[in-house]
Ligand binder design. Structure first.
Ligand SMILES: *Cc1c(COP(=O)(O)O)cnc(C)c1O
Length: 407
């Protein structure tokens, strides 16, 4: 090991559904000096982060903060804050990440009920509501944008039904937060969870969460203080994880500032900068930018003669799943893109593994030059590998989208 050289990271064009390219100023923010987690300067940064997190969620919730750990730490923290052993959790699953919610709920000793369907489209709200009526769950947990298959579930009527029937509605908005409209309050979402490495363009390592007063009441009723801090506040119904205990985390992010974990202060700097850039761009402008780049990606892919997987009317603007043409090895095309063009795209999971590529369109990676580059590179790699595509059309179709829009 002695004499080892420092590593070199190449510059990539990352067009996957996360992690995506980080804003240069986010990386600069991470390189600023470390502060202690109770330093008053750092506490001000935290307070600003709290307020900025709420903007893409479009919520007036009091509680919104970051959790150390990738997005699934927030999914787990949110679910276990509500789940007590034996609670019924209904999970309408139209893709991979719904099963992650179920996996977490099962380990928290919930009774998990899946409502399943093909992955090529979303649920009819009426089918979900019917299942809720049948099973009478305590919690309905869903994914807003299913990154695995690029579908996006409309949530408003399911949320309203849950609220009217006093059921908790927990939503994974990891792949849509910041890039697509999310209306936590209007859609009656009780807990919403996001991450940093998708449309916020911050490296992975934090999860973002917001929840309303209905949830806060449950969390408060389960608070247990650590024995090392005091012998008071023992609680038989305490949340099953210490690290992901929202009753303690909200007291660190709130005025009490209790001593829990050592905050990852450099990551919070990064988040502050990512959210600041998003807020300054304006979320409406960000949604528009993602929509325009999505339109160009779709136009380019179809002009090449490739087809897009699933129901296009409910496709997420932040992911485009593409059917891999017959006779083409998906992984060797991806390898060629990375090695020869410095472009990364993704494969998929479960039943779509080997059948679908996914082009992400998220955050700082969602830029015209990236879109034109990935389309040109994909076309060249496909020609090289002998695929039967329409040559010379993809980049032109995307250019047309951009030039038409700028007129
Ligand atoms: C990426 C993603 C996750 C997992 O996020 P991690 O940050 O890897 O924990 C969960 N849900 C959805 C919808 C995602 O796109």
């Amino acid at each position: 090991m002695i004499g080892m050289q420092p590593f070199n990271t190449p510059t990539r064009t990352i067009m996957t559904p996360g992690p995506v390219e980080a804003y240069p100023s986010v990386l600069r923010a991470m390189a600023t000096p470390v502060l202690g987690q109770f330093d008053p300067i750092f506490l001000t940064i935290m307070d600003e982060v709290k307020e900025m997190i709420k903007i893409p969620f479009q919520t007036t919730n009091e509680e919104a903060f970051a959790i150390d750990g990738t997005s699934r730490s927030g999914l787990e923290a949110g679910l276990i804050a509500l789940i007590e052993p034996g609670d019924k959790v209904l999970i309408p699953a139209y893709g991979r990440f719904a099963y992650l919610l179920g996996e977490i709920a099962e380990r928290a000793k919930a009774e998990v009920i899946y409502l399943e369907k093909e992955w090529d489209s979303v649920f009819l709200a009426s089918d979900v509501i019917k299942a809720i009526e049948t099973h009478q769950p305590k919690i309905v947990a869903m994914v807003h944008g299913e990154t695995a298959n690029g579908q996006m579930q409309p949530l408003a009527s399911i949320g309203s039904y849950c609220r009217e029937n006093d059921i908790f509605f927990v939503v994974d908005t990891v792949a849509t937060y910041g890039g697509v409209e999310i209306k936590v309050d209007e859609w009656k979402i009780d807990i919403a969870i996001a991450g940093t490495q998708k449309c916020v363009s911050v490296p992975s390592g934090l999860s973002l969460i917001t929840y309303n007063d209905r949830v806060k009441k449950v969390i408060e009723s389960r608070y247990q203080q650590e024995l090392g801090l005091s012998k008071e506040f023992r609680n038989k119904r305490h949340i099953s994880s210490n690290y992901l205990d929202l009753s303690q985390l909200q007291r660190y992010w709130g005025n009490e500032r209790i001593n829990h974990h050592t905050e990852a202060t450099s990551m919070i700097y990064a988040l502050h900068e990512g959210l600041r850039l998003l807020t300054n761009e304006g979320i409406e402008m960000s949604f528009k930018r993602h929509l325009l780049n999505d339109k160009a990606i779709q136009a380019g892919i179809e002009a090449m003669g490739l087809s897009i997987y699933g129901d296009k009317s409910t496709k997420m603007p932040t992911v485009t799943p593409i059917m891999i043409p017959k006779g083409i090895d998906g992984d060797s095309v991806r390898e060629m893109l990375l090695n020869e063009f410095g472009v990364e795209i993704a494969s998929s999971f479960g039943p779509l593994k080997g059948k679908v590529w996914r082009i992400g369109n998220m955050g700082y990676s969602s830029r015209k030059e990236n879109v034109l580059h990935v389309l040109g590179a994909l076309e060249a790699a496909l020609i090289y590998q002998g695929a039967d595509i329409k040559v010379g059309k993809a980049t032109q179709a995307a250019l047309e989208v951009y030039l038409m829009t700028s007129k």
